[in-house]
Write a protein that binds this ligand. Structure first.
Ligand code: NI
Length: 180
């Protein structure tokens, strides 16, 4: 198991649409999925998409708190597709690729998703609330869309300074990696 580097806002892979996973290859992905959960946990996130760790595949992991203290729902989404959606919510979101930046985003309150799980089995997931929000956020990542792309103009104005600082920081980090 290993913690992977999380790609940040401004890095090209976050803007790209990821390639579908061949279902025949899913069983080989166990080590990658384990590393993604470890990386997400270390960063204290509730979801992580493959492009956030530099991998071009339609794969995301999610673990969100539910109900009682300490209870969680965990999901591995491979080639996920939203097949039904209903209701609306407008809540604060963050993202491991945008440290310390939060903004309100419109999402569907409930979604039904078809995908493969980590065993390569086709599954249907019915999600609502925080779980539904995380699923929509992660599927957006796999389509090259970040949550800030869905923030209103007014909301964007509010986080503009933070985004500019983050881009400068990400550029400086990329320079340091080149020199190593
Ligand atoms: Ni994210």
């Amino acid at each position: 198991m290993a913690v992977m580097r999380i790609y940040k806002y401004g890095e090209a892979i976050l803007k790209r649409k990821m390639k579908p996973v061949d279902p025949a290859d899913i069983r080989k992905l166990k080590p990658v999925i384990d590393d993604m959960f470890e990386t997400m946990d270390e960063a204290q996130g509730v979801g992580l998409a493959a492009n956030q760790v530099g991998l071009d595949m339609r794969l995301a992991v999610i673990r969100v708190p539910v109900g009682k203290e300490g209870d969680t729902i965990e999901a591995v989404l491979i080639n996920p597709v939203i097949v039904e959606k209903s209701g609306l919510m407008h809540e604060e979101e963050g993202c491991l690729s945008f440290p310390d930046i939060f903004a309100k985003v419109d999402r569907f309150r409930k979604v039904k998703v078809h995908c493969f799980n980590e065993k390569g089995m086709p599954v249907e997931i019915n999600a609502e609330g925080l779980f539904a929000k995380a699923i929509q956020h992660e599927i957006d990542h796999l389509d090259g869309i970040c949550f800030v792309d869905r923030v209103s103009d007014l909301g964007k104005l509010r986080i503009r300074g933070q985004l500019a600082k983050l881009i400068a920081k990400v550029k400086a980090e990329a320079e340091r990696r080149k020199k190593r």
